[in-house]
Design a protein around this ligand. Sequence first.
Ligand code: NDP
Length: 237
Amino acid sequence: MSGKILEGRTALITGASRGIGAAIAGRFAAEGAHLILTARTVGGLEEVDDAIRGAGGAKATLVPADLLDMDQIDRIAAAVYERFGKLDVLVGNAGTLGILSPVGHVDPKIWDETMALNVTVNYRLIRAFDSLLRLSDAGRAIFVSSGAARSAKPYWGPYSASKAALESLVRTYAGEVSKTNIRVNLVNPGGVRTAMRAQAFPGEDPMTLVTPQDVTDVFVQLAALDCTSHGATLNAQ
Ligand code: NDP
């Protein structure tokens, strides 16, 4: 036994080309997981994979995809079934801030894209991967939310509404699978030094924020075989 918490487990992480998703990938690889990493930016995925292998981890399976083309999610699930026969850990991390603006001024296209990526894509992930998670002896689904799901701050309408909807969706799914071996949870990362945070708070000194690597402990805890948390939102800091 290597003592690694995720040894032999297969984990799929969305939004893994940078930021929090890339950090979860690095941490899961260090814990022995085989990774399936998806995002649009091929170069970012390759950099994450290089870093993982540089640190002694196994080569990841890279799946460049725009998740807004949602039929791709079904194709990815079919390929995962074909190759691995199941999925142990699903991390729905990809997200967008959309725009900070009074609700009445939000461009309908940006509203639709924000709801699509932050909510509908995660519904499609659940729809596509539920049966594969059931085939694992200990399926784990983790979705990345935000304090904005509850704060309802002025100008954060699309993002706040999307994260509130995501939390509701994920807790509903948790209730539906509570009698299975699947454990389903949400994480609120708190303020983290990433491109999205810089977009939201352009005047902020990024050095005052924790790094993406600093918030990965809770993801390992929720992915682990001994996870008992279910239907909860855990704060990463
Ligand atoms: P980043 O903007 O750094 O990363 C977002 C990730 O999502 C990237 O890998 C990006 O990859 C991917 N992505 C965006 N659009 C698409 C798309 N259409 N298809 C596929 N992948 C896509 O953000 P963070 O790392 O900060 O955010 C990660 C999660 O954490 C999000 O859900 C966010 O809401 C949440 N969060 C972040 C906080 C923070 O302070 N940073 C605080 C609270 C919550 P690519 O562009 O290559 O497609």
